[in-house]
Design a protein around this ligand. Structure first.
Ligand code: NAD
Ligand code: ZN
Length: 360
């Protein structure tokens, strides 16, 4: 396979324990000669943590906004944040997102919407953004989604859950400090980490991959195996590997595509508002007929980590709910095309999709 791809990467990547302490000097050149202010978008988990706050390299005039992660980012939320900042302070010099996939997407979307007029709803899709956003830096505090490297900011809008996807979405800078992810609770650490495992499996098993995708996938899978099957979570190497695995899993998708699990997960997310990474685990657990040995390996990791995935969720789902989820999933032909090839309609119909949901 030699599929043509031409993508922008994150411009600068800082990696290593303690790199968060360098954030001040990293963003200093982007403060627009002292005229602009910086916005710090921080996961609400850190609200009230004075020790953490003291580490933020804030200067007078900067804005600190805590972001709730109860719901996934929405177009409404981004538009309101943008309007509020512009009315109160004018255009910032840049922004820094500190948190999980949720805050990474808020930071990427807000950067774009500070310079593009109208509602973010009109830009949901590929290459619809008209102008570059402002300087934006991402600091992940939980690893797995790859949102720190991807070229999309996933937003839930009134009609669709779809990313603002273009070259300008990609971060100008990321700071990967393994110290920051140590406090993630074990269950969330597992679900979000499995997102990168599943990205890598889906990227490597479909038809739209190229050699870059294979290289990133294989390395990410190997790192996930070390983290979830071999190392103690307290081993310093564990978080160091997981942060890089997330990055590589994200890039494996840039050079390939997601597949069956993500299609089903989008249905669970849109209809039941299930968290992306948790929904992936629920779906992947039932996909033996598609991902075979990888699903067995996944089950081994679930067991090794003492995670309990719910069984028989579907007994509480009405036919209407299952139909609605199947419609969301069916309407993602690029994922089916990748998973099963251009003749995917010969092996997949709505009934097969509903069958997977009924097994969950
Ligand atoms: P998240 O951002 O939803 O965070 C999960 C939980 O962990 C939250 O309760 C958060 O407060 C908490 N948390 C974060 N850091 C912590 C820390 N250091 N210690 C303790 N708790 C911490 O989780 P996620 O799984 O990283 O991201 C999911 C989001 O990512 C969804 O909105 C999904 O749509 C998006 N996503 C985006 C992409 C992309 O390419 N843009 C890819 C996959 C998923
Ligand atoms: Zn994912």
């Amino acid at each position: 396979m030699n599929l043509f791809r031409n993508f922008k990467s994150v411009t600068k990547t800082a990696y290593g324990r303690g790199s968060f302490s360098k954030l001040g000097e990293i963003i200093a050149p982007h403060r627009a000669s002292g005229k602009g202010y910086m916005v710090f978008l921080v996961d609400h988990y850190f609200e009230g943590n004075e020790g953490f706050k003291a580490k933020l390299p804030m200067l007078p005039g900067d804005e600190l906004i805590f972001c709730s992660t109860k719901k996934e980012p929405s177009t409404e939320q981004i538009d309101a944040l943008r309007d509020d900042l512009l009315v109160r302070h004018g255009l910032p010099a840049g922004l820094v997102g500190i948190g999980g996939g949720n805050v990474m997407d808020v930071a990427k979307a807000l950067s774009l919407m500070l310079t593009n007029e109208g509602s973010s709803v009109q830009y949901q899709g590929l290459n619809l953004i008209k102008k570059p956003g402002i300087y934006h830096c991402g600091v992940p505090t939980i690893s797995g989604t790859g949102a720190e490297v991807s070229m999309t900011a996933v937003l839930t809008g009134p009609a669709k859950k779809l990313g603002l996807k273009c070259d300008w979405t990609v971060f100008d800078q990321i700071v990967l400090d393994p110290d920051l992810i140590a406090s993630v609770p074990d269950d969330q650490w597992f679900y979000t980490g499995m997102d990168t495992y599943i990205h890598s499996v889906e990227a490597i098993t479909g038809t739209k991959k190229n050699t870059f995708a294979e290289a990133y996938s294989e390395k990410s899978l190997e790192m996930c195996r070390q983290v979830y099957l071999k190392l103690d979570r307290k081993d310093p190497k564990s978080d160091e590997l997981l942060m890089v695995a997330s990055y590589m899993g994200g890039l494996s998708l840039t050079y390939s595509e997601v597949g069956v699990c993500h299609a089903l997960s989008y249905g669970l997310g849109k209809v039941l508002e299930m968290h992306h990474c948790y929904a992936n685990c629920i779906a992947f657990n039932q996909l033996d007929d598609v991902y075979g040995d990888y699903v067995q390996e996944f089950k081994g990791m679930v067991k090794a980590r003492g995670i309990t995935l719910p069984q028989n969720l579907s007994k509480d789902w009405s036919e209407e709910t299952i139909n609605a989820m199947a419609e969301v999933a069916y309407a993602l032909p690029h994922m089916w095309d990748h998973a099963f090839g251009p003749d995917w309609q010969q092996v997949l119909d709505r009934e097969r999709i509903k069958g997977w949901y009924r097994r969950m």
